[in-house]
Ligand binder design. Structure first.
Ligand SMILES: *Cc1c(COP(=O)(O)O)cnc(C)c1O
Length: 360
C-alpha cells in the first residue's frame, strides 16, 4: 500500500495549545469565568471596548466576503509605522505569516535557523513542509546570535528571532541585533518576531523597523493577539520589503483574514488608551509576581513580555496539576519550568497561593 502521508507528516506532533478554560471548567464543575487562564499570553483586560463596538457594527455584513487585500487596515498600519502599504502583509494571526514565509521562500533543499526553545511554530512549520532547519540552544536564557550566525549556510533562506523570546521572555538588545543584522549575508531573510514588543520596557529593546537599514531583507512580524486582546479573531501583520511582500501575496490564500478581524484591528489601533492601560498593568503585575515568586524561593528569568518563566526546582507536572485543581491554568514546560502569563492582580494572587500550596 502507498502510505497515506509522507514520513515527515507521520512523525509530526501537533501544536500543543494552552489548556482550554472550557475543558478545565468542565473538569472542576466550574464556569469558565471562574478559571484564571494564564496559559496563552492573552490580555487579562480583554479586547478594547472600541474594537468590540466596531465588531458589533460590522456583524450585519458578514454575508459578504472580506476585502482580500485588507486595504484599510494596511493603510492604517502603514501610516502608524511610517512604511508603505505595499510593505505590509496581513495574516490570520502572525502564525499564518510565519508559515507563509516558510512556504514562500523555502523548499526541502533549503534551510532555516531559529533558537531552542523559541516559538514552537517555527519548528512545526519547517517539519510540516519538509524544510531542513537548525535550532540553536539559548545561552544563559538568551538568543545566542553568534552561534546562530555560524549556523547560516549557503542553503539558509530564513532566520527567525522571537524578540522577546517565547517561552523565556528575554530580549536581544539594540547593539547586538544591529551587529547581527549587518553580518548576515544579504540573501538571507531575517524575521524579527515581535509578538510582545508593546510590552517591552528595557531601554535597549530595539524597534525592528528602525533596524531595517542594517539588513534589507528584514521582516518584522507582529500580532493583535497579545496586547491588543484580539487572539480569538486571528489577526497579525508583517512589514517587509515590497519585493518580498509581492511573493508572499502569491502564496497567501485569498480572504485569509475575516472582515470582522479587519474592522477590529483598525479600531484597536485607534484605542491607544487601552494599550496604555494594558502596558501599565503588565508592568506592575510583573513586579508583583516576581516578588511573590521570590518569597516562595523561586527565581524567574528576566522578561520583557507579558509572561514569566519560572524554575520550580522539581518536576513541573505535579505543580501544574495542583494549580489546575485550584482553577489556575498556566503553561507547563517540563521538566522543571512553568510559563505564567501575567494576569489581573486577583488572578496573580490566586496563582501565587496555588504554587505555594502545591510546593508545601
Ligand atoms: C503568540 C505568538 C505569536 C503569534 O500569535 P498569533 O496569535 O498567531 O498572532 C507569534 N510569535 C510569538 C513568539 C508568540 O508568542
Amino acid at each position: 500500500m502507498i502510505p497515506l502521508v509522507a514520513p515527515r507528516i507521520e512523525r509530526l506532533q501537533p501544536y500543543q495549545a494552552g489548556t482550554s478554560m472550557e475543558e478545565v471548567a468542565r473538569r472542576l464543575g466550574l464556569t469558565s469565568s471562574d478559571i484564571a487562564k494564564l496559559a496563552s499570553n492573552e490580555n487579562p483586560l480583554g479586547p478594547s471596548p472600541v474594537a468590540i463596538a466596531a465588531v458589533q457594527r460590522a456583524l450585519g455584513a458578514i454575508h459578504r466576503y472580506p476585502e482580500s487585500e485588507a486595504p484599510s487596515l494596511r493603510a492604517s498600519l502603514a501610516r502608524r509605522l511610517r512604511v508603505t502599504p505595499e510593505e505590509v502583509v496581513i495574516g490570520s494571526g502572525s502564525s499564518e505569516l510565519i508559515e507563509l514565509l516558510i512556504r514562500t521562500f523555502c523548499t526541502d533543499s533549503e534551510h532555516v535557523v531559529f533558537s531552542d526553545p523559541a516559538f514552537a511554530l517555527y519548528r512545526i512549520a519547517c517539519l510540516a513542509h519538509g524544510v531542513p532547519h537548525t535550532a540553536v540552544p539559548l545561552a544563559a536564557h538568551q538568543h545566542d546570535l553568534r552561534t546562530m550566525g555560524r549556523a547560516i549556510t549557503r542553503q539558509t533562506r530564513l532566520v527567525f528571532i522571537d524578540n522577546p523570546n517565547n517561552p523565556v521572555g528575554t530580549h536581544v538588545g539594540h547593539a547586538a541585533l544591529s551587529d547581527f543584522l549587518a553580518s548576515v549575508p544579504p540573501e538571507v531573510i531575517v524575521v524579527l518576531d515581535e509578538a510582545y514588543c508593546e510590552y517591552a520596557e528595557a531601554a535597549d529593546y530595539p524597534d525592528g523597523l528602525e533596524l531595517r537599514e542594517r539588513h534589507a531583507r528584514t521582516v518584522v512580524a507582529r500580532t493583535f493577539s497579545k496586547i491588543y486582546g484580539l487572539a480569538g479573531l486571528r489577526l497579525g501583520y508583517a512589514v517587509m520589503p515590497a519585493e518580498l511582500a509581492g511573493y508572499v501575496h502569491r502564496v497567501r490564500p485569498p480572504f485569509n483574514v475575516s472582515s470582522v478581524a479587519q474592522v477590529a484591528g483598525c479600531a484597536a489601533l485607534e484605542d491607544t488608551a487601552h494599550v496604555e492601560r494594558s502596558r501599565a498593568l503588565n508592568s506592575s503585575e510583573k513586579a508583583f509576581m516576581r516578588a511573590g515568586l521570590e518569597l516562595l524561593g523561586l527565581k524567574a528569568a528576566p522578561s520583557e513580555a507579558n509572561f514569566i518563566l519560572v524554575d520550580v526546582g522539581r518536576p513541573t507536572l505535579p505543580i501544574y496539576e495542583g494549580l489546575v485543581a485550584r482553577g489556575v491554568v498556566v503553561r507547563a514546560i517540563p521538566p522543571r519550568m512553568l510559563r505564567i502569563t501575567l494576569g489581573t492582580r486577583e488572578e496573580n494572587e490566586r496563582c501565587l497561593s496555588g504554587i505555594g500550596a502545591a510546593l508545601a
